[in-house]
Write a protein that binds this ligand. Sequence first.
Ligand SMILES: N[C@@H](CCC(=O)N[C@@H](CS)C(=O)NCC(=O)O)C(=O)O
Length: 210
Amino acid sequence: MYTLFGTKRSGSAAIEIALKRCGIEYHLTSASSWLEGNGSEQLKRLNPLMQVPTLQLPDGSVMSESAAILTYLGLEFPGAALLAQAPAERAQQLRALVYIAANCYAAIGVTDYPERWLPNAEEDTLKQLADGAEARLHEYWDTFSDVFAKTAAWHPEQPGAPEILACVVTQWSGTREHLKTSRPAFYQALLHIDRHPVVEPVLQSHWPVA
Ligand SMILES: N[C@@H](CCC(=O)N[C@@H](CS)C(=O)NCC(=O)O)C(=O)O
């Protein structure tokens, strides 16, 4: 059995979507660095950073890092089409996944926890850092739209690994609001991904629309 560690409104939503796309049965354990309880203690033993998503595989081994988990699932379950079969298209998908993880997700770590980078700073300095990271995050998404969303590897109508990760990682830090005006076509493509029959119920369980 696969065990996914995660919580509402977190990046574990992307892996839930991917697991469902692969038709994999999994157990969901509520855990995160900001929640107390058995699940979070277990998570700490498996992943010392206590980040979600963390996925424990049936053989007991541990996968963390969204881009790596999505790539693993894409390779292990080719029928789910999380990754393309064509090498050139798959290369761009891998590039997009690492782009999101290395640039966008990392910037969110700064907006959420600026004190980890400046442990002795005053409140207003921390705010400056968080605001700067958020502005940079929005620029990263503008560039993502310009570079990736115009390639043959971008399929909002049939979401694979990059579309799933983009759909979830744009939920935070004012990214959707920013993209709505800065890159309206890309914003519409994200809404299209949101409405995919496998994606929509997972998003609804994480970010219920009243
Ligand atoms: N590099 C990781 C980042 C994961 C991450 O930062 N997850 C957030 C939740 S969306 C988290 O668990 N943060 C808690 C913390 O850093 O203490 C990935 O790409 O999956």
